[in-house]
Design a protein around this ligand. Structure first.
Ligand SMILES: *[C@@H]1O[C@H](CO)[C@@H](O)[C@H](O)[C@H]1NC(C)=O
Ligand SMILES: *[C@@H]1O[C@H](CO)[C@@H](O)[C@H](O)[C@H]1NC(C)=O
Ligand SMILES: *[C@@H]1O[C@H](CO)[C@@H](O)[C@H](O)[C@H]1NC(C)=O
Ligand SMILES: *[C@@H]1O[C@H](CO)[C@@H](O)[C@H](O)[C@H]1NC(C)=O
Ligand SMILES: *[C@@H]1O[C@H](CO)[C@@H](O)[C@H](O)[C@H]1NC(C)=O
Ligand SMILES: *[C@@H]1O[C@H](CO)[C@@H](O)[C@H](O)[C@H]1NC(C)=O
Ligand SMILES: *[C@@H]1O[C@H](CO)[C@@H](O)[C@H](O)[C@H]1NC(C)=O
Ligand SMILES: *[C@@H]1O[C@H](CO)[C@@H](O)[C@H](O)[C@H]1NC(C)=O
Ligand SMILES: *[C@@H]1O[C@H](CO)[C@@H](O)[C@H](O)[C@H]1NC(C)=O
Ligand SMILES: *[C@@H]1O[C@H](CO)[C@@H](O)[C@H](O)[C@H]1NC(C)=O
Length: 815
């Protein structure tokens, strides 16, 4: 017995050792997406942390603060968003260090942001970015290192002994009442404490993709060198005699430079602790004092590293045979899913509540597709808090947000897609104190009540939606106001939103609601124009007929070229412009696949499974879709619905690594808060969600083995490839077992993760019959037809596109 126990212990220790030897953090490169428009935040942060410290450049692509595109640094700031388009977010109250001011004269130091750029160049090779840490060396010789706690950034500036003028160093560190977008409004204030050099202040700023404004406060303390003197600056002039400043935005639109500075005596390294708060400067000071009481850089840095190690620990892959660059792609993608949304719990001045408050849902149109579903697997406790925050936002603001940043409503891009997020979490059993009755009331409100201002919440055109069964182009809407474009994509997204509500109603046993929303979830069919062809601009016929088209209030058809807004269609306005098209950031061609709940009926309308596959191939092969934007994500895997899971695997291997390299310029577009990162992680893991449903589509992982330990149940779900080929020629599933029993479905539900099941996939070089039968296909509202080679739309019971709202005859098929 004793020796047996000893053996077991040895085995355990051995297992623990070999497990601990695997360090996912070494595969995380935060600089992926730091150039070429990835717009990621590559700096120091905790998971979901509010403090995000990095060097800010003045690049035109500095939405995430830092860029590796040759643009110089203009400051070191503590608040950021990640991967966003539009205006840069945050970047408030940047610090900037000088070795000394020429001739010891403070007025010879450059205070305004524009002038600082001259002193902000650095070489790429000096940049170091690791989870929780960021550092670079300015060409002036100043080394800037930074790390963070939840609300506080700790910077360490190390100075060369002499300045560029040959005089001994006598460092000056300034703090500017600026932000990245120069959005500061009137009456920014700053004060510096004569004795300690503590700088406190606040200013009002604008959110980067929405209306409204917000006030942010800060508190900065110094340690490491003796204070020589201090004061404030206004525009390019400074004085040690003045300690307080209230400054205007100025009348010409440019916020007048203004802030405070502290000078130091000896040139020793200076630790700078900057905390922020949306509540008060006193609160910011208390964050700094409690989170980093001793200014111990190594200790804060280790704690941050450990927080990331804990978050990545549940996901373990076998790296045997796989290139480091693919492993890096994988773990870096996962890392980026936990930068945003940001946890502002306790920092919300807008309402008082004991619920969590998360911000930087930027935007849910991007996040619902794979980022939030990814966190549902790897960090369900965080997702509970996010959902509670969304529901609490509904309680206090009146609506679920579609986008939210810096305490403000962001613009809605299409549907009320928080509905999809709530349904996804509800169906997957996320609880953690969520009031699902309120959650259900929130999604029903989206479907039933039109907000006066649907720019940034809810849906527009609800009367038309109910009357006509679609959003008409040039709608007459006197109840609510928003940008009257995107009638096709809004119809498609509202249809899916309603399906998501129907599923919640079903699980809550609300029968009549279920039927009502299932019916309206079929509204997408009302915009299907079966005789619509599609020609390239040179006149060549694509060969496909039957597309969604806009429709007027009087039920006659409008027209939009089905290729309009495909990539790259630089001639079109396809975003939120008033002149925008009827599809948002994507073509009718691509939206032609966005019926996530009823692929069977869509496939039938398109002429059956093989015609569906030909169309999907054409979408990808002709580059009509672009993987750099989120609507493309699901199209990579929709072959599953046509019984061709092998083709999904092949597409995934085409896009990764071709469009996702683990380099600063390696992302195909904005990371969008980690949306791209989650696409990579899911695709490489071998399961891709159909978000809003309890469905993951199975493809072989890019690794021999993937293990995911559920953080709440402690069970480990494993996907194992038998016959794994690291050259990725054998990427086709021949057969599968689930917990040892044959498994032929090409999809699986969330209990795979919560119960820790084992899926073993046997791979081969050719497509097989695995997962191809009707009974193997993922759920769909309508009935699959035409899977035996003899396809006839008539036989399948599909009639012409309906010209008015009627009953949707296939509801019986709903689950
Ligand atoms: C490095 O620096 C150069 C010049 O400053 C810049 O053009 C380049 O894009 C940078 N980034 C990388 C990743 O090389
Ligand atoms: C700035 O302060 C002045 C004087 O107190 C006040 O009249 C004005 O409304 C303030 N402006 C803003 C934008 O807060
Ligand atoms: C300067 O600001 C500090 C902190 O806000 C305040 O305590 C002090 O009274 C102010 N001094 C003057 C002269 O306004
Ligand atoms: C969010 O912040 C609150 C307050 O600091 C904390 O209690 C909670 O654990 C945080 N949640 C996550 C997911 O980090
Ligand atoms: C027209 O354009 C399409 C798409 O770029 C291309 O496939 C086709 O070959 C072109 N046809 C002619 C006649 O140039
Ligand atoms: C329907 O409305 C459109 C747009 O206002 C108009 O161009 C068209 O002539 C109308 N058709 C009929 C039949 O009324
Ligand atoms: C898209 O639509 C606009 C406006 O109708 C048109 O000018 C443009 O040429 C179209 N682009 C393509 C690629 O069809
Ligand atoms: C599509 O894009 C890829 C990658 O940029 C390129 O290799 C391919 O030739 C393109 N195909 C067409 C038909 O334009
Ligand atoms: C795969 O298919 C090719 C062509 O259809 C065939 O020549 C080959 O023998 C097949 N390989 C295996 C392992 O079945
Ligand atoms: C063909 O049809 C039969 C009877 O309808 C069905 O049992 C079988 O599963 C179908 N085969 C495929 C490959 O879908």
């Amino acid at each position: 017995m004793a020796s047996l126990i000893a053996l077991c212990l040895l085995a355990l220790v051995g297992g623990a050792l070999s497990q601990d030897a695997f360090d996912p953090l070494k595969y995380v490169d935060p600089l992926i997406g730091a150039s070429n428009g990835g717009n990621v935040f590559p700096g120091a942060s905790l998971p979901y942390g509010m403090a995000k410290a990095v060097a800010d450049t003045n690049s035109g692509s500095n939405q995430g603060g830092f860029t590796l595109d040759g643009a110089p640094v203009t400051g070191f700031s503590s608040m950021h968003d990640s991967g966003t388009g539009g205006n840069p977010s945050l970047g408030n109250f940047p610090l900037f260090p000088y070795i000394n001011c020429p001739d010891g004269d403070i007025n010879q130091c450059a205070f305004p942001k524009k002038l600082r750029a001259r002193f902000g160049s650095f070489s790429n090779s000096s940049v170091s970015a690791k989870p929780g840490n960021f550092a670079l060396t300015l060409n002036s010789g100043i080394r800037a290192e930074m790390t963070t706690t939840h609300h506080t950034s700790l910077f360490r500036f190390t100075f060369p002994p002499v300045g560029p003028d040959g005089q001994p160093s006598q460092p000056l560190i300034l703090q500017d009442l600026a932000d990245l977008a120069d959005s500061r409004q009137d009456n920014g204030t700053v004060s510096v404490d004569a004795k300690t050099g503590r700088i406190t202040g606040s200013a009002r700023f604008l959110p980067s993709f929405g209306g409204g404004n917000f006030v942010l406060y800060f508190c900065t303390d110094f340690k490491g060198d003796e204070v020589l003197d201090n004061g404030v600056f206004s525009n390019s002039r400074a004085s040690t005699a003045v300690k307080n400043l209230t400054i205007s935005r100025s009348i010409n639109g440019y916020p007048l430079p203004g802030g405070a500075f502290v000078r130091f005596k000896s040139g020793a390294p200076v630790l700078v602790r900057t905390a922020t708060s949306f509540i008060s400067a006193a609160r910011a000071c208390s964050h700094g004092e409690t989170e980093i009481p001793t200014f111990n850089f190594a200790s804060v840095s280790n704690t941050a590293t450990e927080a990331w190690a804990q978050k990545l620990k549940p996901i373990r892959v076998s790296t045997t045979g796989v290139s480091d660059s693919l492993v890096k792609n994988f773990y870096s993608g996962i890392y980026r899913t936990m930068i945003n949304p940001q946890n502002y719990t306790g920092e919300n001045p807008l309402w008082s509540s004991s619920e969590p408050y998360f911000d930087s849902f930027y935007c849910i149109w991007d996040l619902f597709r794979s980022q939030l579903p990814f966190l549902t697997i790897t960090d369900p406790a965080a997702v509970s808090e996010m959902i509670r925050s969304l529901i609490d936002t509904y309680r206090h603001v009146g609506w679920l947000p579609d986008c939210r940043m810096s305490l403000n409503k962001g613009y809605t891009q299409g549907g009320s897609n928080a509905d999809n997020v709530l349904a996804d979490a509800y169906l997957k059993g996320i609880d953690g104190g969520i009031n699902w009755n309120d959650g259900y009331a929130a999604v029903v409100k989206d479907a039933e009540i039109e907000p006066y201002d649907w720019c940034c919440q809810g849906r527009g055109g609800i009367d038309s939606w109910k009357e006509l069964g679609y959003i008409p182009v040039q709608d007459f809407d006197f109840k609510g106001f928003g940008t009257m474009t995107r009638s096709i994509s809004r119809t498609l997204e509202y249809s899916y939103n309603d399906f998501c509500i129907a599923q919640m109603a079903d699980k809550m046993n609300k029968k009549s609601d279920k039927e009502k929303y299932l019916e309206s979830s079929g509204n997408w069919q009302n915009l299907y124009k079966e005789d619509q062809p599609s020609f390239w601009w040179n006149g060549t016929n694509t060969g496909f007929t039957g597309f969604f088209e806009p429709r007027f209030l009087n039920k006659t058809w409008g027209y939009q070229d089905p290729l309009n807004c495909s990539f790259p269609d630089e001639f079109s306005a396809c975003s939120l412009q008033n002149t925008g098209r009827e599809t948002f950031e994507s073509s009718i061609w691509e939206y032609g696949f966005f019926v996530p709940h009823d692929q069977a009926t869509l496939m039938t309308l398109y002429g059956g499974p093989s015609a569906f596959v030909r169309r999907l191939d054409y979408l990808h092969d002709q580059n009509i879709t672009y993987i750099g934007n989120e609507p493309a994500f699901l199209t990579v895997f929709q072959y599953h619905y046509a019984g061709r899971p092998a083709l999904s695997a092949r597409r995934a291997h085409y896009y990764i690594p071709a469009f996702f390299a683990p380099t600063p310029d390696g992302l195909p577009g904005n990371d969008d808060s980690g949306a791209m990162g989650s696409f990579v992680a899911f695709a490489m893991m071998g399961l891709f969600p159909n978000p809003g449903q309890d469905v993951y589509l199975i493809t072989p992982p890019f690794f021999e083995r993937v293990g995911i330990t559920h953080p709440l149940t402690g069970r480990t779900a494993v996907i194992r490839n038998v016959g794994f080929d690291p050259a990725y020629r054998d990427i086709y599933i021949q057969s599968a077992t689930l917990d040892g029993k044959p498994y032929t479905r090409n999809w699986i539900g969330h209990s795979f993760f919560t119960e820790g099941k084992e899926l073993v996939l046997t791979l081969g070089r050719n497509e097989s019959s695995w997962g191809t039968r009707v009974e193997d296909l993922p759920p769909s509202l309508g009935t699959y037809a035409g899977f035996n080679g003899t396809f006839s739309a008539r036989a399948a019971g599909i009639k012409r596109a309906r010209s008015y709202k009627g009953t949707f005859g296939m509801l019986g098929g709903a689950s």
